[in-house]
Design a protein. Structure first.
Length: 590
């Protein structure tokens, strides 16, 4: 194998080093070659970011005959020492908001859903501490993680209780009174100051490491190598820190991408240049050397679950778009929030069918407006997205999800799917021949606006920086062609063969739902929409009028032509959901 000059320099290095590697630059190959050139009797630990990367790395090191390399994740190391040593039980999916409220016996204070909002923040405070490198919870200020004004005020009013209950919950886990979380045993591992008996430790995906993971790594005596991509940090919401910047090691670079060509490299560099609005950004050089020309695999990548589901619905309801599809991470995971609430729970609340709601938190809400109040105080982004999906598609959601599931192929047949659907977080580390981006990422105008409004607020600037990173990661998943919404394209960016521009029609309603807070505010301004059935009838006067034989004949005719569901809905003066339901009723195939 012919190594680049940059790769050769890394392999020949001595002492602690950090490697800043652009997407598709062969960092895993480089690390394997680095390990292969160390003394055969040396003990080497390779720290992978997650279990799937660990499994892949084990195979690669074995294929190279490197039996002296042990592959682990930070969590697997911690599990062996902490869980086995203390006979703890694991709460694999973490604690739901209502479970925390019940365990701690939280009581209301007259304020709507006070105990659940408090429990939600306790859960986040636990994660904040467990992912930090601090010894005591008092060394952290949870307010530093909050940006919403109402949420901040709520926390200020009850901070003493918030901190006290957070410490109590941690104590209950530590004493074995309740099951522990994955975050907890990693934190306990870090606090135990472990001594890892290796000569070399290779830490992959360093940009997404938590401060707790980094602390364990930095405090080892071994020769240390940390590798990653500064601009692929997209887990700030999980309290990841950019370890490459924090590690005071000699710096090496891998700037040649073998995944994609010059067109994609230029686009990626131009998007990263937006960071100049936030800081004194040093331009990154990416040399695109990819030579892939085939388009066998195609993926649709979105910033959010909401954006992805809306695009999947568009594919499914627009006739003949595709026959098979696959969702990265299981389709069901897109209809559930981390706290356990499902899209169907929110739909039942929206319809006033509270007796059908399974989730305790959603069950406690009187109506959708109360849920929105909770979402704002708790900064619960996932639930906010579910509310927007329900408002957009209402009672057609079950049929639409069923249509998507009917076309979904099993995990083992992923490569047979016409299109793979994924959020950017779920497809990190993957690559596809052709990629289409959903129009829900940030753009240059939004970055400039945010920079002006942030007033040098570090938290807000960090979030804006991560939004740029998300777009960069999405762009660099392609090996050949990218379909790019024109509204997201950098100003004055030239046309090129590898970048296909998607024309975006001016649709104010779709623009509004890109952002949770803007959605609630702007949809009312755009259409003065209350989302009641009476208002739908007012906006679409024929939405609930019985379908006549004449209507059905015309519907079949339009459906058999090139008309889209949206165009057919406009023709009849009905909602897209009503047309979709009638098409299904008539047995017309998508």
């Amino acid at each position: 194998m012919q190594l680049t000059t940059e790769q050769q320099s890394i392999i020949n290095s001595t002492g602690n080093i950090k490697i800043n590697a652009v997407a598709g630059s062969g960092k895993t190959t480089t690390v394997i070659e680095y390990a292969a050139t160390r003394p055969q009797n040396s003990k080497i630990l390779y720290l992978a970011f997650n279990k799937s990367v660990k499994i892949e790395a084990i195979k690669k090191f074995a294929d190279k005959g490197l039996t002296n390399v042990k592959v682990e994740t930070a969590h697997s190391l911690a599990y062996k020492q902490i869980v086995f040593g203390n006979n703890y039980n694991i709460k694999a999916q973490g604690y739901k908001t209502n479970e925390i409220a019940d365990i701690l016996g939280l009581q209301g204070n007259g304020e709507k859903h006070y105990e659940y909002v408090l429990a939600n923040h306790i859960n986040k405070f636990i994660a904040y501490f467990c992912n930090s490198d601090k010894q005591k919870i008092q060394e952290l200020n949870y307010l530093d993680t909050i940006s919403d004004t109402k949420a901040k005020q709520f926390i200020k009013n009850c901070y003493q209780y918030l901190e006290g209950f957070t410490r109590l919950f941690l104590k209950k886990m530590n004493d074995g009174d309740i099951d522990i979380t994955h975050d907890f045993y990693l934190k306990k591992f870090q606090l135990s100051k472990p001594n890892l008996l290796y000569d070399y430790i290779l830490f992959d995906e360093g940009q997404d490491a938590s401060a707790a993971m980094l602390d364990v790594f930095l405090n080892q005596r071994a020769t240390k190598v940390i590798v990653g991509d500064t601009h692929q940090q997209i887990y700030g919401w999980r309290h990841a820190v950019n370890s490459l910047e924090k590690a005071d090691f000699a710096t090496f670079h891998l700037s040649t991408s073998f995944r994609f060509g010059t067109d994609i490299a230029k686009l990626a560099m131009e998007v990263l240049q937006w960071k100049d609005n936030l800081e004194n950004y040093k331009p990154l050089l990416i040399k695109g050397k990819g030579t892939h020309k085939k388009s066998i695999s195609k993926a649709v990548i979105a910033r959010t679950n909401l954006g992805l589901l809306l695009k999947a619905i568009e594919y499914v309801t627009e006739k003949n778009k595709l026959k098979t599809l696959y969702f990265e991470g299981n389709i069901n995971s897109y209809t559930y929030a981390d706290n356990g609430a499902s899209l169907y729970d929110v739909l039942n609340l929206y319809n006033g069918k509270r007796h059908l709601i399974r989730d305790t938190l959603i069950q406690s809400m009187k109506n959708i407006e109360e849920l929105e109040e909770y979402i704002e105080k708790a900064e619960d982004v996932q639930l906010g997205m579910m509310v927007e999906i329900v408002k957009e598609y209402g009672n057609e959601i079950p049929d639409i999800i069923k249509s998507i599931k009917d076309k979904h192929v099993p995990n083992d047949d992923k490569e047979k799917a016409d299109v793979v659907f994924s959020t950017v977080h779920r497809c990190k580390g993957m690559e596809y021949d052709e990629v289409e981006l959903v129009n829900d990422f940030t753009n240059e105008t939004k970055v400039e606006k945010a920079a002006n409004e942030n007033n040098n607020d570090d938290l807000k600037n960090a979030k804006t920086n991560e939004e740029i990173n998300l777009l960069y990661v999405a762009i660099t998943r392609t090996k050949n062609i990218i379909h790019f919404p024109e509204t997201m394209l950098p100003f004055d960016f030239p046309a090129s063969p590898g970048i296909k521009i998607i024309k975006v029609e001016p649709d104010e309603e779709k623009k509004a739902i890109k952002n949770k807070k803007e959605a609630i505010k702007n949809l009312q301004k755009i259409k003065e929409k209350t989302y009641s059935f009476d208002k739908v009838r007012e906006n679409h006067k024929d939405a609930y009028k019985p379908w006549t034989d004449s209507d059905d004949t015309m519907l079949k005719k339009l459906f058999g032509s090139s008309e889209t569901i949206a165009e057919i809905a406009n023709h009849f003066g009905r909602t897209k959901g009503a047309v979709f339901a009638r098409v299904k009723k008539l047995g017309l195939s998508f």
